[in-house]
Design a protein around this ligand. Structure first.
Ligand code: FEO
Length: 617
């Protein structure tokens, strides 16, 4: 019997779930199972994207046959040769001998290694940027080496704007009847498994993932179809943001992960006391016993938290076995950019602290908090002050504003009047970034100096902006403070187009850059501030970037433009030539036609939300 899922008019999921598998790849526990995704495109030609693991081949072949509905199979696109996606390829070719295998040169070599069928007789070899016309659809191919094997490529359906992303954007966990991520509470129920999947499967290859993300940023993506887990059709930007953080080895949360290895509970007690002191200081903590929790979960948590504490007893004059295995796993997964503290224990010759440090020094950009705690057999009362001092040192290292424990959501029936929020004064700024040899910019309205010793500013940037992603990846930006002389053209140029498909500096021969190499605007601007990001806060639709000011230059004495000045004096009044029913964006004048504006509507021009629309009179 078959069990398929419709993805779009022409595309059907023909994969399968496995809930009996104990260890994915023989090493990662999958208590909630795993899905192997394959997709069938029915156009003038039929195209199967990948196959599945041998364990679920029965339902897969039933699914393909049913979805084809009696038609022949013309193409099989092989994105990735790892056997969880290719093991059934030889049998597939036996069943559909006229199908062409669309793949790259490296894949041809691997097919010869894994199988015995004559690939040379049926290969349709593609390279970067090649296209394949299948009727209504045109596919193009993008190489993605080392995401997760060297032969990996992804494909993009130019017609329906679907990215077939291979292992990227996958997730552990079987699909429980749902196929789209927006059918489940992904953040609550699946994000941890997506992180565990990413960090353990491709975590080592952050640079290669960033290369793929940069290529993907130039595409308009309406849907992502990965080889494991859910299909993405909504909130794609949110998931992309996670990938930007993970692949840049940037912590998602400020707080402390404590992993301990303890034989008789004394090292565990030191870890417990430290975590208690940290919580007393309002610092979020997460704890693991490395002898109990699978390493893949602790690797994922290490990618999540900013500060890591490792506590281990000394064992055979070395690090305790489970901790040693964890640390070599972290080194193998290329963990970097973390702050680490250590606790060692030993009844006659404690050495695990130094040895753990030597292991972690193999990772790049690991900062150590020097107050290592050394325990002889068990924690004594007189040692509590040392543990308190370590808690203080960690607290001092964490930005003050995130030390408060996560707030409870308070249910309230009080009125929230959007007009009250509109009374908050805002400015208007051109935010610019540079990545590689590409410059981009957008308009933002929220810049605030948060401290002056050192000089720090915060900016809030909508995640849908291309500039947002560039700053996440590079950590650098400029803010050009616009004056009242700014013309509407500036707002149109930077605010009403997307940098994903527009070069906002095209034709601008005045190339002005600050010391960080990022461009700024010289006209109708009274100052430019350069920022180096030190922290990001995920605020849902926006990311708050907190940054050290690395350069600040005054350019003119003209007053800064405010939001209200812009509305009163710069923005042309909207001209409605015919009577329409709908809502108008107060920011850019875009008109939404319809009786009801959805609460989650985002202006396609300026990316402002429903709160910035008003009903047409
Ligand atoms: Fe899901 Fe790299 O295979």
């Amino acid at each position: 019997m078959f069990c398929t899922k419709k993805i779009s008019d022409d595309l059907t999921w023909v994969g399968a779930n496995d809930r009996r598998l104990a260890m994915f790849e023989g090493v990662y526990s999958v208590p909630r199972g795993v899905s192997y995704n394959a997709y069938l495109l029915k156009d003038e030609k039929t195209v199967l994207f990948d196959t599945v693991d041998k364990a679920v081949s029965g339902v897969f072949f039933e699914n393909v046959e049913h979805a084809l509905g009696g038609r022949s199979l013309d193409y099989i696109v092989v994105h990735h040769m790892e056997p969880d996606h290719s093991a059934t390829l030889q049998e597939l070719i036996r069943r559909y001998p006229n199908a062409k295998i669309v793949c790259n040169e490296k894949t041809v070599t691997m097919i010869k290694q894994f199988f015995t069928f004559d690939i040379d007789a049926c290969a349709h070899v593609v390279a970067e940027g090649d296209t394949l016309e299948t009727g209504r659809h045109t596919l193009t191919f993008v190489m993605a080496p080392m995401v997760h094997w060297p032969e990996v490529m992804v494909s993009y359906d130019l017609t329906d704007k679907i990215l077939f992303s291979a292992d990227a954007f996958g997730c552990f966990g079987a699909l429980n009847g749902a196929i789209f991520a927006d059918e489940v509470d992904f953040e609550r129920d699946y994000l941890d498994e997506a992180r565990r999947y990413y960090t353990n499967i491709v975590g080592k290859y952050g640079t290669q993932v960033q290369t793929l993300l940069t290529k993907a940023s130039k595409l308009e993506i309406k849907m992502i179809c990965p080889l494991h887990g859910f299909v993405w059709r909504r909130n794609i930007g949110d998931f992309l943001s996670r990938y930007l953080l993970w692949s840049a080895y940037t912590p998602e949360k400020n707080g402390v992960m404590i992993a301990y290895a303890s034989v008789y509970g004394n090292t565990a007690m030191a870890a417990e006391i430290l975590s208690s002191y940290l919580r007393d200081r309002g610092i979020p903590t997460e704890m693991f016993d490395v002898s109990v929790t699978p390493a893949s979960e602790i690797v994922a948590a290490s990618f999540r938290w900013s500060h890591l504490v490792f506590a281990s007893t000394t064992y055979n004059a070395g690090i305790f076995v489970t901790m040693e295995a964890l640390l070599s796993d972290l080194v193998a997964h290329n963990l970097c950019n973390r702050t680490v503290a250590l606790i060692e224990n030993g009844s006659w010759a404690p050495t695990s602290g130094q040895l753990m440090r030597e292991q972690l020094e193999k990772c790049s950009n690991i900062r150590f908090i020097e107050n290592t705690i050394s325990i002889c057999s068990s924690v004594k009362q007189e040692q509590l002050a040392q543990i308190e001092a370590l808690a203080d040192a960690i607290a001092a290292d964490l930005p003050q504003q995130v030390q408060a424990a996560e707030p409870e959501t308070v249910a309230s029936e009080a009125v929230v009047d959007p007009d009250a929020l509109l009374k908050v004064p805002y400015g208007l700024y051109v935010l610019t970034a540079r990545e590689g040899d590409r410059d981009n910019g957008c308009i933002i309205n929220t810049v605030m100096q948060v401290t002056n010793t050192p000089n720090r500013i915060s900016i809030a940037v909508n995640k849908q902006n291309c500039t947002h992603d560039m700053i996440l990846r590079t950590g650098k930006f400029n803010v050009s403070l616009l004056t009242q002389e700014a013309q509407f053209e500036v707002f149109k140029r930077f605010g009403f187009a997307s940098g994903r498909d527009t070069d906002k500096f095209a034709g601008d021969s005045t190339v002005l850059r600050t010391a960080n190499g990022v461009r700024y605007i010289g006209e109708a601007v009274n100052a430019v501030l350069s920022g180096q990001v030190i922290q990001t806060v995920d605020c849902g639709t926006h990311t708050l970037f907190i940054a050290d000011v690395t350069e600040a230059v005054s350019l003119s004495a003209q007053p800064s433009v405010t939001y209200s000045y812009y509305f009163d004096h710069i923005k042309p009044k909207p001209v409605v030539t015919e009577k329409k029913t709908g809502y108008i964006c107060k920011i850019c004048g875009y008109i939404y036609e319809g009786d009801t504006l959805p609460d989650d509507f985002i202006c396609p021009l300026c990316k402002h939300g429903a709160a910035d629309f008003e009903k047409l009179q």
